[in-house]
Write a protein that binds this ligand. Structure first.
Ligand code: DHB
Ligand code: FE
Length: 279
């Protein structure tokens, strides 16, 4: 039987990729952020996942404002990275796990979520950077990828409640998967940040800590806020917390925190890293 080994959550700011490329991890600006990752790397060596189910938002590589699926699931044999225009190096490709992707899609549709199914998909910084942080210097990624995209960009966005329910549907799929893979669930993005408009640079430590404190023990607490509330509390891009909420649902009913790091700001973002184990 497959086993869900835990959940890894992290911010996905493109500037992290630049810092890695330049070798700036130990500089005063970046050190407090990168200090959150030795524990993540150690933990991954201990739990040895071979599949990653990753909840993130596309930033324009696959979908733009003209066509924006609320939920999209990758079902490709491989996923390449492509130039996003941030001056980032091109990242390694991922091997996919189309059989598990389709199993998840079947469950989601059975639960009336109706995602877009993508037999071709590119991955952007929202997926590549969390892996660069988790497996620094890896020749190739040691896990296969199932990417699940959530619209956090073009309103109307799915509610926090809907994203938690989506994650719980994915949990059902993982729990009924007959393979013997070790599965890590990943949520990327956030925490509070706003890149545009009059509040550009907005961050909110109080709301971030509310999310960090509740995601393990009471994720339903995060669903009390509407999308308008979350935009107000976390900023226009802070709604990427939806990816964390869905990933938390996919972990299963119980989760306990084994590691966290919070540091603000990096670039325009209050950055956080969190590890949960099931049970
Ligand atoms: C930044 C944060 C993001 O989540 C993103 O996708 C792009 C940029 C930032 O803080 O610079
Ligand atoms: Fe983002």
């Amino acid at each position: 039987m497959a086993e869900i080994v835990g959940a890894y959550f992290t911010s996905h700011v493109p500037g992290i990729g630049g810092a890695i490329h330049r070798g700036d991890q130990q500089t005063p600006y970046w050190k407090p952020f990168f200090d959150g990752f030795p524990r993540v790397q150690e933990w991954l060596c201990e739990v040895k996942p071979d599949v990653a189910v990753v909840f993130s938002n596309d930033h324009g590589l696959n979908f733009f404002l003209d066509k924006m699926p609320t939920f999209a699931v990758g079902a490709a044999a491989s996923y390449a990275n492509a130039d996003e225009g941030w001056g980032l190096p091109l990242y390694k490709s991922f091997k996919g796990h189309p059989e598990l992707s389709w199993h998840i899609i079947e469950q989601m549709v059975g639960d009336e979520f109706d995602p877009v199914t993508c037999q071709e998909m590119l991955v952007d910084h929202a997926i590549s950077i969390p892996f660069e942080l988790a497996y620094p210097g890896a020749g190739e990624w040691p896990v296969k990828l199932v990417p699940i995209g959530i619209n956090t960009v073009q309103h109307p966005l799915p509610s926090a409640k809907r994203c938690l329910a989506l994650g719980r549907s994915v949990h059902k799929a993982l729990a009924s998967w007959q393979g013997d893979e070790r599965i890590v669930v990943i949520g990327t993005g956030g925490l509070s940040h706003q890149l545009d408009g009059a509040r550009a640079g907005f961050m909110n430590k109080e709301y971030d800590l509310f999310c960090l404190d509740n995601i393990a023990r009471d994720p339903d607490a995060l669903t009390q806020h509407s999308i308008a509330d979350i935009v107000r509390l976390a900023g226009t891009q802070g709604v990427e917390i939806l990816n964390w909420i869905a990933a938390r649902g996919a972990l299963g009913p119980q989760g306990h925190e084994i590691h966290r790091n919070y540091h603000a700001p990096i670039s325009n973002t209050a950055a956080a890293t969190l590890l949960l184990e099931p049970g």
